[in-house]
Design a binder for this molecule. Sequence first.
Ligand SMILES: [Zn+2]
Length: 312
Amino acid sequence: MRIVLLGAPGSGKGTQAKLLVEKYKIPQMSTGDLLRAEVAAGTDLGKKAKAAMDSGQLVTDDIVLGMIQARLAKPDAKNGFILDGFPRNIPQAQALDAMLARLGQPLQLALLVDVDTDVLMKRLTGRRTCGSCGAIYNIHFSAPKTSNKCDKCGGSLTHRSDDNEQTVGKRLAVYQQQTAPLANYYKAQGKLRTVRGVGTVSAIFKNATDIIESQIRPLADVMSKIESAAARQAAKAKAEEARVKAAAKAAKAAKAAKAAKPAPAAKPKAKPVPVAKAKPAAKKAAPKKAAPKAKPKKAAKAAPKAKAKKVK
Ligand SMILES: [Zn+2]
């Protein structure tokens, strides 16, 4: 599955990305991580990226796309990827589409983790971190019992300076400016799906996977490899059960057929005695009324015994 994750800062998309990675065994590609890895490995792309950064310039889209392409070639990406943090604008999205088209691996889904701006504000500005143990609180959603004191260790809580309303508001506005067109871009392709990023992490994840599994049909391939070995086994068991049932039914039918044989056997008895008039009467009477319902049951018990005796 090939997915782009969209979501504002504070939307929790990073958390969801990690859970998706675990569930579907596909790598998360965040451009920051790719950049660091390439620079650390000293690849050509890494050197170019480093040169750009060292001279205070942005790493170009070409370099980023090159890194993504290189990452896609690694074996763990053969079943897909989750792109997080790229693309951020329409030209990047178009360049990404072009590259993936060349590779024959087009995006299947753009999943937007949607959270209202006022909630994002509270999430981002309400953060408090314990200076001693690192515990994280939010004064709006998970406040400590005593104001500004850590529940766990009693340490004092700090508020990051860039978590103030003005800075957060700016970040969110920039995000909105960039992402609204991006969402429309994928919507026009029929690839955009939205999951509400509010509620428990597990409930959001459940909604996300429901969307992914209904949206990405070819996913059936991947899923069958990863998860549905169990489903196949269940299907096997069901088939076996059906086979046993069918066999039992066949055995019953065979028994009934055996039981039905004595009925035609009655005809020869009837034949020799009457000559002209009784014959048609016997035919009508025997098969229609007696043979199907009444006779088989009685005969079923009698017939096998009689045969067995004959065999002996
Ligand atoms: Zn603490």
